[in-house]
Design a protein around this ligand. Structure first.
Ligand SMILES: C[S@@+](CC[C@H](N)C(=O)[O-])C[C@H]1O[C@@H](n2cnc3c(N)ncnc32)[C@H](O)[C@@H]1O
Length: 446
């Protein structure tokens, strides 16, 4: 008698794998939309091979990115609203619509894999999912045109409050910002050695890349690549960092012998850059979240770097950690809304609330106010955010200057961004970079 087939050991078929990827994408989407989780945390890649991991990331990221357009589209397609408890079915439907509306995945594959993604206890919804997706596929042009008539927030999948803030801050550029926020983020590297030689090395490995004219240390890859497979990554010769983030450390012009504070340090990207520029400086890294100290250590270990000190502490309360020795330079890479990096983190569209802004700006004021007295006369403080909201940027720095007339704004290079109050703003997508704000203050007096 032959042994019965071992079902547990059977490799999943292609269609089972396709359904599993959709199911995982729907889980992650549900995590963000219904449970307020960060997309990175909600994604589970376990048991998936490399190509399916990439597909999962694309499906989940894309569905969240376009969710605020896909949701009204879905509501229009449903004959009756889904009961609120059916969040799983709703997420599966959104992943299905994303594939049909925004990707080139063939309709048959998209629909069958999405129907297959329904969990066992939701088999009753197979007809519904199949019917809704097929209806959309038949009527997609009209359906999309109809939903887009609701206005720019829906058309570009943004929360209305954010669009209103962008319109107010950038009357001429807000539409460009909305478009850039939905674009694919480039993979940019900071090269720690000879940049032209590294570009050549990439070319020899068949990887197309360009220098970034505004940023001498940056190389931008033409296509996404798994980072660990990049030449020199394991040895720490290159590190992943957007071009705009690479502007920060040189703006502080750190020098040997100076005492420098990196006040909001984790995960340590700008700290590593500071250490590269001034290995003989005394650089102190501070981070409020003790759990994120390991992220700093990982970043530095991979690059073979070591600052003078890495410590946990609240930068706005120096009495708890400061030794009383003034700093020559202070970097304040402040926690912010992240509205300059929405293309990298589309979950910001769902997770950030307008009401969060008041808390953010209070924290930013407290950071600046707490740190300013630690700067020696003649010293420099660089305030940086990855926000494009003036409330978190120019307004915070101007408020500090109102309280401290000795805080003199310094000119910044004109080859990137544009002046905004006492600093310069880069909008997302400008020069291919993330949206960042920079202001540099000199402490006057003798
Ligand atoms: C924008 S991130 C910094 C990124 C980092 N500079 C880099 O380049 O990799 C802001 C960091 O500030 C930390 N943070 C927030 N409030 C803080 C405070 N009051 N004191 C110190 N760190 C703080 C956050 O935990 C977060 O790790």
């Amino acid at each position: 008698m032959s042994a019965p087939p071992n079902r547990a050991a059977r490799a999943p078929s292609g269609s089972e794998r396709g359904a599993l990827v959709r199911a995982r994408a729907a889980e992650a989407v549900q995590g963000v939309l219904s449970n307020g989780r960060r997309l990175e945390e909600a994604l589970s890649y376990e048991g998936l091979e490399r190509s399916n991991r990439a597909l999962l990331r694309d499906l989940a990221t894309g569905t969240v990115r376009w969710g605020l357009r896909l949701e009204p589209l879905l509501d229009d397609l449903l004959d009756r609203p889904l009961p609120r408890r059916e969040v799983q079915v709703r997420s599966v439907l959104l992943v299905g619509l994303y594939q049909l509306a925004n990707t080139g995945i063939p309709q048959y594959a998209a629909v069958s894999a999405t129907v297959g993604a329904l969990p066992g206890n939701k088999r009753w919804a197979r007809r519904l999912v199949n019917g809704v997706l097929r209806r959309f596929a038949r009527e997609s042009a009209d359906r999309l045109a109809k939903v887009d008539r609701r206005g720019p927030a829906t058309r570009t999948s943004h929360p209305q409050w954010l669009v209103a803030r962008f319109q107010k801050a950038y009357p001429k550029h807000w539409e460009r910002v909305l478009t850039a926020n939905n674009g694919p983020p480039p993979l940019t590297l900071r090269v720690r050695g000879d940049l032209p030689a590294y570009v050549q090395e990439l070319a020899e490995a068949g990887i197309e890349a360009d220098c970034v004219p505004e940023v001498p240390s940056a190389v931008r890859l033409a296509q996404f690549r798994p980072v660990p497979s990049l030449p020199g990554f394991a040895q720490g010769r290159v590190t992943v960092q957007d071009g705009a983030a690479q502007l920060a450390a040189p703006l502080l012009s750190p020098r040997a012998g100076e005492r420098i504070l990196d006040a909001c340090s984790a995960p340590g990207g700008k700290l590593a850059h500071l250490l590269d520029l001034a290995p003989e400086a005394e650089i102190v890294a501070l981070e409020q979240d003790p759990q994120r100290l390991d992220r700093i250590r990982e970043t530095l270990n991979r690059q073979g770097l070591e600052p003078a000190r890495v410590m946990a502490g609240d930068a706005s309360r120096p009495v708890e950690w400061w030794d009383g020795q003034p700093f020559d330079r202070i970097l304040v890479d402040a926690p912010c809304s992240g509205t300059g990096v929405i293309r990298r983190h589309p979950d910001i569209k769902y997770l950030r609330r307008e009401g969060d802004l008041a808390t953010m700006t209070r924290r930013q004021d407290a950071l600046l106010e707490g740190l300013w007295p630690l700067l020696r006369k003649g010293g420099r403080l660089l305030y940086v955010t990855c926000s494009i909201l003036p409330e978190e940027n120019a307004e915070r720095v101007s408020a500090l200057q109102d309280r401290h007339p000795e805080a003199a704004g310094e000119a910044l290079p004109e080859k990137w961004g544009f002046p905004y109050g006492p600093g310069r703003q880069i909008l997302p997508g400008e020069h291919g970079m993330d949206g960042f704000f920079f202001a540099r203050l000199l402490k006057e007096g003798s």
